[in-house]
Design a protein around this ligand. Structure first.
Ligand code: SUG
Length: 415
């Protein structure tokens, strides 16, 4: 049966706060803090468990080889002698944010009837630019079945950050949908990470119908306020778009184009007068997972921070009391990831397909989560301070932890 599967990135054992992403306000504000990799991974596991309990299908993407010695060597330096930012980049656990792993077009939208995935090149931030080869290796195993087409990255200099800048609307998972690619034009002093050319290249690679595909610009003020990806200010599921009033450069033009393609669309817009961009970015209201539950209602899976912001929480209470399509709120605690600017939606990649066609080593149930949690408790460091990043003992520990995980999951070929 065709379903939506959320593939969550498991937080890796080297999770740290190095402040590597200009424009990501949380990551910059928390640079230099001590991180708690074990807690971070367990928070992510608890989120996956909660999603399973809601009746959602759950998969997993796995931590990358860190430190990435090959990347450091390709820069003709070594871990011991590299500049601190470069060493931190080799150690970053940023592959946990699976919404940046790839862009996915379900089979119902594509010319050849395959589910297409294009790995994101993540070229704008050095610490993320070396993720794609290993992400691609995992995707090629997980989606090796004949119903999938897995593509390599869009070439540089066209920045592509994957599903975080992509929305799909469709009446059901196996009906043709409308796909929306959101790019930046100006960043108000911050880098634009998603380029228009990248979205167009992905749409062509996936064989999308140009008449059912939109390419829209993110507003510069949203990027300047810290929305370094569209999923910080907008999210979509089914026939619902949930967005901030100031998310898009040409809001009226976008809504009109969308309504003409999909007259039944529901646009749940949050006015800036009720929730400012600042509140939206600090609470990650829009970085919720918007999901359709098995019983048919839509739910928002929100970070706990959304409850702590009075403007956001008041708005949500009013929305729920009304008659809109989103009927339920679920809170999850992913604070360790949030401190690096990654909310519930950043942590997952949605793939619409039959779960039986996915390599089972990438599918998750309660028992497998128990096993992974056990390994996390055993091997993941409790705490990492910035000074620890210089310590060869930490590098070895991160490598041992990952190897133990891959061994247990039967994925030796990826160690
Ligand atoms: O790319 N943070 C990530 C957060 C990604 C969030 N993803 C989505 N919005 N979908 C980023 O900026 C911080 C790492 C550091 O500073 O150490 C970081 O990479």
């Amino acid at each position: 049966m065709i379903r939506e599967i959320n593939f969550d990135g498991l937080v890796g054992p080297s999770h740290n706060y190095a402040g590597l992403s200009p424009g990501n306000l949380a990551a910059s504000a928390n640079a230099g803090l001590a991180s708690r990799p074990r807690d971070a991974a367990l928070e992510g596991i608890a989120k996956m468990r909660a999603n399973l309990a809601l009746g959602l299908a759950q998969g997993i993407l796995l931590p990358h080889r860190r430190p990435n010695r090959g990347w450091i060597e390709s820069l003709s330096t070594t871990l011991a002698t590299a500049e601190p930012w470069m060493r931190a980049s080799a150690l970053s656990a940023s592959a946990m944010w699976a919404a940046n792993a790839a862009t996915v077009s379900p089979a119902a939208d594509t010319a050849n009837g395959l589910c297409h995935l294009t790995v994101a090149n993540l070229m704008t931030m050095p610490h993320r630019s070396h993720e794609w080869p290993e992400t691609l290796a995992q995707l090629r195993i997980a989606f090796a079945g004949e119903g999938f087409a897995v593509h390599g990255p869009v070439p540089t200099p066209f920045g592509d950050e994957g599903a975080a800048n992509h929305m799909r609307l469709a009446p059901t998972h196996n009906a043709p949908g409308v796909e929306i690619f959101v790019h930046g034009v100006g960043g108000g002093g911050f880098p634009v990470r998603q380029h228009a050319e990248a979205g167009r290249a992905v749409a062509r690679a996936h064989g999308l119908d140009p008449d059912r595909t939109l390419h829209v610009a993110q507003s510069e003020i949203a990027i300047a306020a810290g929305a370094f990806h569209n999923d910080v200010v907008a999210v979509a599921d089914g026939l619902t778009v949930f967005a901030h009033e100031q998310a898009f450069a040409d809001r009226d033009g976008f809504y009109a184009a969308l309504r003409s393609l999909l007259p039944e669309v529901a646009i749940v817009e949050v006015p800036a007068a009720a929730v400012s961009l600042k509140d939206a970015v600090s609470s990650y209201l829009f970085n919720a997972q918007l999901v359709t539950l098995p019983e048919g209602d839509q739910a928002l899976i929100l970070p706990a921070e959304a409850q702590e912001n009075p403007n956001v929480w008041t708005w949500l209470q009013t929305m729920i009391a009304g008659n809109g399509p989103i009927r339920r709120l679920e809170l999850v605690d992913v604070r360790q990831s949030m401190r690096n600017g990654g909310g519930p939606a950043c942590l997952r990649l949605r793939v619409v397909c039959d779960p039986a066609t996915v390599d089972p080593r990438f599918m998750i149930d309660g028992a497998k989560l128990d096993m992974i949690a056990e390994l996390v408790r055993l091997y993941w460091p409790e705490q990492i301070s910035i000074a620890d990043l210089d310590d060869p003992a930490l590098w070895a520990r991160a490598e041992t932890a990952r190897a133990a995980l891959f061994e247990s999951l039967g994925l030796r070929e990826l160690i």
